[in-house]
Design a protein around this ligand. Sequence first.
Ligand SMILES: [Zn+2]
Length: 81
Amino acid sequence: MACFWHVMSAMEREEYDELYQCIDCKSPISPETDRAFAVSPEEYLCFDCAVRRGGLYDGDEDRWIRAPFVGDEPDERRPHP
Ligand SMILES: [Zn+2]
């Protein structure tokens, strides 16, 4: 795992934890320790919600092999940029 996690002070780690909540169930997420799915650098899904949204996690590979669906609308309904 990332080394920077271990050099942070307890207070910094606490603040770091508070930065991330599951965008679905609002439970706190520690991206370095939880199997959270990064929707974006600021948005995470917890493991349970990511799986519920169709994500597939490979414990052997230690990575998501299928991304959960994170949009509320089907892609084709989104306005094109
Ligand atoms: Zn969740």
